[in-house]
Design a protein around this ligand. Sequence first.
Ligand code: ATP
Ligand code: MG
Length: 224
Amino acid sequence: MPQIIVENITKTYLVDTAPIDAVRSVSMRIEKGDFISIVGHSGSGKTTLLSMIGGITRPSSGKILFEGEDIYELASDRVSEYRCEKIGFMFQFASLLPILTVKENLLLPTVFRPRPAGREAAKAEELLHLVGLTEKINVYPAQLSGGQQRRVAIARAFMNDPALVLADEPTGDLDEETEGDMMRFFKTMNESKGVTFIMVTHNTDLAKQTKQHLRMNQGTLQTV
Ligand SMILES: Nc1ncnc2c1ncn2[C@@H]1O[C@H](COP(=O)(O)OP(=O)(O)OP(=O)(O)O)[C@@H](O)[C@H]1O
Ligand SMILES: [Mg+2]
C-alpha cells in the first residue's frame, strides 16, 4: 500500500470575486521513501497542495489517505497528532517565533509530544550541528541572517522524526553552497531513514536531483 494516496483533490477558494480553483483534480500515489520535487509558476497551487497533504487545508473535494486512513475523516485530536507526529513542515517563510531562542524554536514541535527528559535537547543540538549552526543555539531569530533562520526551520522539521517532510521552497534564501549542503542533508535523511520528501522549489537543478520531478501548472500536476 502506498504511504499516501491523493485521490482527485480540488481546492476552490471562495473570494469576493470569482472562485479560484487553486488545485484541480490532482491525484498522486506516494511510496515511503519517495523524494518528489514540484516546480511551477507563482500562484500555480504548490503551497495549497502541500497544505492539503499536511492536514492544514481541507480539500473542497477528493480524499487524502495516509497509511490507508482518510486524514480529513479523523477526529480533530487525531488530525493534530498526524500533523505533529508524522509530518515535518518547512513552510515557505521560515516562521520562527521571535520571542523564543533557536533552541526553544526547535523544541516547540516536541511540546505536544513528550519524550524522556533530556532527549529533546540532545536532538535539538544534534540537528543544529547537522545544519551547521551549533554556535547559535541560544540566540534569538532576529540575531540570525535570513539563511541561518531558514536552516533553523529546516532543523526544526526533523525534531519529531517525521515520516514525511513537506518542504515549501526550503532553500530559497540560501547561497549555492549552503543550498547544496542542505540538499545533501535531505538526501541523507531520505536514504538512511526512509523519510519521504515532497519539496517545492524554483531551482530546476535541485529538482533534477530528486527521484521524481513534477510540475504544477494552473492547479494541475504534470510529470516533467
Ligand atoms: N487562503 C486563500 N484564499 C484565497 N485564495 C488563495 C488562498 N491561498 C492561495 N490562494 C490563491 O490560490 C492560488 C494558488 O496559490 P498558492 O499559494 O498555492 O500558489 P504557489 O504555487 O504556492 O505560488 P508561489 O510560488 O508564489 O508560492 C493563487 O491564485 C492564490 O492567490
Ligand atoms: Mg507557495
